[in-house]
Design a protein around this ligand. Structure first.
Ligand code: UDP
Length: 474
């Protein structure tokens, strides 16, 4: 294609998310923001994710809203009945490397992409192979790490921990302060680092993957983060010493709403049960605790019972997401639900998957018992809802420390799961310290909304990102 024709075409971004709920959702929001601002977007999903998305959401609405948006798909190489759970994460990555990557190499230069060539790639930070694809077609690569900045910063500090011979940690005292840790001195304990840092093995696949991801980050032209500067100023400033070009453009779900002036397209890969919304409509203001552990975390039956007892004994109203497969070894729902049916009938509601953003925005919700996934944390922050954090892995342990000790937006239940603690924390969040937490949460929620409004930091950062993509000035 001659240069004149190429320069008349709109900039064309290929977005490639990790095929799991959180990253897909986040990147779809970014895709919408790009389309609103005149960029052409090809959104690359695994065939499995595309099937889930098509059956759970109205994907036609993307094409109606955005003529400059389209999906492409590649197989992830796994059989359709593979559960694709968090514990099989590396199986999925390996399979994608073997099956998807050669197809992506072919796809980026063929079909519609030869007519309107891709001019920039935005890929999930775990996709190290994206560097080669960007090189192959000679375009800039931006990594988008959809985990929290505080979580990512603990990844970036891992080489320092190893060099100082602090990691792998000696002994088993999880309360020991991490010396070569990021952030405020004495703030992070070993238990606050990602769960897989508890290994004694430097060859642990997660550790190796983090080290590789770190190295690759510097090969990209920039890093996109789903946060806002007012929330993460100190981390972003430290991180800029390693990644000079950072675009903090979040919270993305709110950012899209601001720019569109209306609600966005649902992009859930699980079927939402909206019957909880009319139920919430009947509950008093800020009286309901929302309970959810996201799309991947799994609890044992014992943990489930402890949370259940704590919840029922606290006497609080609750809306509980009980995702199929989220309780290990539970074959049938009715195995455990009988004893508690009375309490549920009186003051609870259970769904298999909720329209979470809408639920958190509902005036009846007063708090959130969460696994501290970054999307859930941000969604709660935006709606000014205090949290009880029960983190599982990846960045969640770091997020819950920040929620409890730094932002003071809730309580960190990390590594504990007994009915007495659950009951005590619920009562603290929903009763004795309710006003204190709500006041703080409200203040930060206002900052989040201001950041994505005209003149706010995230608003300006997104404009800059789009400008840079248009002019290719990275
Ligand atoms: N989510 C939802 N309905 C639910 C539970 C979760 O729509 O019942 C969404 C939630 O809004 C969030 C995402 O699933 O955007 C979960 O992402 P997060 O990063 O919090 O956790 P992960 O699932 O990746 O562990």
């Amino acid at each position: 294609m001659d240069n004149e024709r190429a320069s008349a075409l709109p900039p064309h971004v290929l977005i490639f998310p990790l095929p799991i709920q959180g990253p897909v959702k986040c990147m779809l929001k970014l895709a919408e923001l790009f389309c609103i601002n005149g960029l052409k977007v090809t959104f690359l999903n695994s065939q499995h994710i595309q099937r889930c998305l098509s059956s759970c959401t109205n994907i036609e609405s993307y094409f109606q809203r955005y003529p400059n948006f389209r999906f492409e798909t590649v197989p992830d190489g796994l059989p359709e009945d593979n559960p694709r759970t968090a514990s099989e994460f590396f199986e999925m990555l390996d399979s994608m490397k073997a099956v998807s990557v050669p197809l992506i190499h072919e796809m980026v230069t063929s079909g519609p992409n030869s007519e309107n060539p891709i001019t920039c790639i935005v890929a999930d930070g775990v996709f190290c192979f994206a560097v080669d694809i960007a090189k192959q077609i000679g375009v800039p690569l931006l990594y988008f790490d959809t985990i929290s900045p505080c979580g990512l910063w603990t990844y970036l500090c891992l080489p320092k921990l190893i060099e100082a011979a602090e990691f792998p940690f000696k002994g088993d005292n999880l309360d020991e302060i991490v010396v070569n840790a990021p952030g405020k001195e004495g703030f992070l304990r070993r238990r606050d680092l990602p769960g897989f840092y508890r290994t004694k093995d430097l060859n642990d696949p997660f550790i190796k993957s983090v080290l590789k991801e770190n190295m690759n980050l510097s090969l990209a032209q920039g890093l996109i983060l789903n946060t806002f500067e007012e929330l993460d100023a100190s981390i972003l400033s430290e991180m800029s010493t390693v990644c000079p070009k950072i675009y903090a453009v979040g919270p993305l779900h709110t950012h899209v709403k601001t720019r569109l002036g209306t609600g966005t397209t649902s992009n859930s890969i699980l079927k939402e049960d909206r019957s909880c919304v009319p139920w919430l409509d009947m509950q008093p203001l800020k009286s309901v605790l929302f309970v959810s552990i996201g799309s991947l975390a799994v609890m044992t039956k014992e943990q489930f019972m402890e949370i259940w007892y704590g919840l029922v004994n606290s006497g609080t109203r609750f809306l509980w997401v009980r995702r199929p497969g989220s309780i290990a070894g539970l074959e049938k729902e009715f195995e455990i639900s009988m004893d508690f049916s009375q309490a549920t009938k009186e003051r609870g509601y259970i769904v298999t998957w909720a329209p979470q953003e809408e639920v958190l925005a509902h005036p009846a919700i007063g708090g959130f018992l969460t696994h501290s996934g970054w999307n859930s944390t941000l969604e709660s922050i935006v709606e000014g809802k205090p949290m009880i954090c029960w983190p599982h892995n990846v960045d969640q342990q770091v997020n819950s420390r920040y929620v409890g000790e730094f932002w003071k937006l809730g309580l960190d239940m990390k590594d504990t799961c007994d009915r007495v603690t659950v009951e005590r924390m619920i009562k603290e969040l929903m009763e004795s310290k309710k006003e204190e937490f709500l006041e703080k949460a409200d203040r930060i929620a206002k900052m989040a909304k201001a950041s994505v409004s005209k003149g706010g930091c995230s608003y300006k950062n997104l404009d800059q990102l789009i400008q840079d993509i248009k002019s290719m000035k990275f």
